[in-house]
Design a binder for this molecule. Structure first.
Ligand SMILES: [Ca+2]
Length: 263
């Protein structure tokens, strides 16, 4: 399939499904339909194990997933963490989606913790569109400089396994009460000052160069395509009833380790 068509499809599906998908903290892997497995839910979720039944149980803790049963989970509370990933070169994209990686968690109804956790790019990248009152004014700042580098040093930050881990750059943002975390993230964009391009969440039908995932997402390693790192992404793009939890099935060698969950 042509890559641009595929990513156009992905953009629609990602936008329409994000608000419904649960995050499954501390769930190492959901089982495929042929496996029996145990899933762990830290918070309460409405769970449908048998597709023929109604939504009938709100669970937390340990859930046994029977053999040959799919599982669907509806979010009943905001996800613990969201990850937003940007691709900085839309025209020549390698789709590693790690050129800037943001992570948010909610501290209270009007306070969001915003962290820049990776920057897998050499271009000068500037953040914009952060709503609310920022503690450290990330808006308008170059991301390598926020990490203490000078632009031009040509470093990749937290996208390669063989280089030292840099602690995220973090601030607290005061927002409108109960502003949804995914709505907070959707307005954030990056300006690539090297190419002059702005990269935003895609409009319907546009190829996505920014995605939001409602979990502590293991983004791809440097120069590894997200479609290789997450093989289920392609199946889900073609039929969104399949592999809804594509982001929970990754190829270990192709993703950066999750530094935030106890997994
Ligand atoms: Ca990259």
């Amino acid at each position: 399939m042509n890559k641009s068509i595929l990513f156009a499809m992905l953009s629609i599906l990602i936008l329409t499904s994000c608000s419904k998908i649960a995050t499954l903290e501390n769930t190492p892997r959901l089982p495929s339909e042929a496996e029996e497995a145990i899933a762990y839910f830290e918070k309460k979720y409405d769970v449908k194990i048998d597709p023929n039944q109604d939504w009938n149980s709100t669970v937390s803790g340990q859930v046994k997933i029977p053999k040959n049963k799919a599982i669907e989970v509806e979010r009943v509370s905001e996800a613990e963490a969201y990850t937003m990933c940007f691709e900085d070169h839309p025209q020549t994209a390698d789709y590693d989606m790690n050129d800037i990686v943001l992570r948010t968690t909610r501290l209270s109804e009007d306070k969001i913790q915003l962290s820049i956790i990776a920057c897998g790019a050499h271009d000068a990248l500037v953040l914009g569109g952060i709503q609310g009152t920022e503690e450290k004014s990330f808006n308008g700042k170059e991301v390598h400089e926020l990490f203490g580098y000078q632009y031009g040093q040509k470093v990749f930050i937290n996208t390669e396994k063989n280089t030292a881990y840099k602690e995220p750059v973090t601030e607290i943002v005061t927002v409108e009460k109960n502003l949804r975390m995914d709505d907070f993230l959707k307005s954030i964009y990056i300006e690539n000052r090297t190419t002059g391009q702005t990269i935003k969440m895609p409009q319907k039908g546009e190829a996505p160069h920014a995605i939001i995932v409602p979990t502590s997402f293991r983004y791809p390693l440097e120069k590894k395509s997200i479609t290789d790192a997450y093989p289920d992404l392609l199946t889900w793009a073609v039929n969104m009833n399949k592999n809804k939890f594509w982001y929970l099935y990754w190829i270990d060698e192709l993703v950066y380790p999750d530094k935030f969950s106890d997994q």
